[in-house]
Design a binder for this molecule. Structure first.
Ligand code: PLP
Length: 330
């Protein structure tokens, strides 16, 4: 089977497993796991922030990050297909008491005009107060679309003008960095707080981080423990993340090339494929997914009229070419 359902399906490489086995560990709830501390310090520095916090999932990182900016009973604005709005099972409402209103863009992009219409810092005692704006780079459900740096900077200027904070869901910020050449610290500079994942394209089995100010991270450390996310000798997982940062970032360019190759085979303009995700419009998507599976290619349906193809660490050029031939035939 050639598995193109998601970049979460990767398995740790032998080298990654060896790094995990070697990791020095301690009790991280006591702040005594040197490998976790090294990962947190390294990721904070990459984004030009004071501190970072290791979490089991990106969803938890997003919940903690947004909560540093928004109090219960207040709101965050985001794009309508944002992961925080669609794919975190209502956690920001259910856990944090935070509501959302959304703008819509078919490619998940920033739209300052719509944001300006939604933004309501204080309309009196009858309306929820907007505290933050969340953006997603790359945008998952918009097909791995990159948010241009100029748009992010314009959002920062807007947010500073109106007193809003910015959260960046950077589950795949590494893909955006490799696709554009924009430094991670440039992305860090436009956001008050970020969530980044090691378990997507970077190929670690587990792990995400919240990245931000020392105060935001201290607060998040308390809330992580409160939610049951305090972990002990978890340096074995942090070691996978450190290994991924050393060896699996620059190679994301290969995933992007494979995605363009697969797009072309499926009749999708490859110039519209920014990173490692291809969305193919296709009537009766579930039937197409089933037919591809029969031929040895796993892809996923997004609704009834589109399929999603995701390239990753475990897809070689030969795999991508074989899958492209099968999908083209179908
Ligand atoms: C995968 C993902 C997350 C986090 O997902 P987990 O499965 O909770 O690790 C957050 N945001 C985006 C955009 C994602 O694609």
């Amino acid at each position: 089977m050639i598995d193109l359902r998601s970049d979460t399906v990767t398995r740790p490489t032998d080298e990654m497993r060896a790094a995990m086995a070697r990791a020095e560990v301690g009790d991280d709830v006591y702040g005594e796991d040197p490998t976790v501390t090294a990962l947190e310090e390294r990721v904070a520095a990459l984004f030009g922030k004071e501190a970072a916090l290791f979490t089991p999932t990106g969803s938890l990182a997003n919940v903690l990050a947004v909560r540093t900016l928004v109090e219960p009973g207040q709101e965050v604005l985001c794009e309508s297909a944002a992961h925080i709005a669609r794919a975190e099972l209502g956690a920001h409402g259910a856990v944090s008491g935070i509501t959302m209103r959304t703008w819509h863009h078919p490619r998940g992009q920033i739209d300052l005009q719509q944001i300006g219409t939604l933004f309501a810092p204080d309309l009196g005692p009858y309306f929820v107060q907007t505290k933050a704006i969340a953006v997603e780079n790359t945008h998952n459900f918009a097909g791995g679309a990159v948010l241009p740096l100029d748009d992010l900077r314009a959002l920062r200027v807007y947010a500073d003008g109106v007193g809003a904070a910015i959260h960046l869901d950077g589950a795949r910020i590494w893909n955006a960095h490799v696709a554009t050449g924009v430094a991670l610290a440039e992305y860090g500079a436009i956001a008050d707080v970020l969530a980044v994942c090691l378990s997507k394209g970077l190929g670690a089995p587990v792990g995400s981080l919240v990245v931000g100010s020392a105060a935001a991270i201290a607060e998040s450390r308390v809330r992580r423990k409160r939610l049951g996310g305090g972990m002990r000798q978890v340096g074995i997982l942090a070691a996978a993340g450190l290994h991924a940062l050393d060896h699996h970032v620059e190679r994301l360019a290969e995933d992007h090339a494979h995605a363009r190759l697969l797009a072309e085979a499926c009749g999708v303009d490859p110039t519209g494929v920014d990173t490692n995700i291809v969305v193919v419009p296709r009537e009766n998507a579930p039937a197409f997914v089933a037919a591809a599976k029969e031929q040895g290619v796993l892809i996923s349906a997004v609704g009834v009229n589109a399929v999603r193809i995701v390239t990753h660490l475990d897809i070689s050029k030969a795999d991508a070419e074989a899958a492209a031939a099968i999908l083209a035939r179908l």
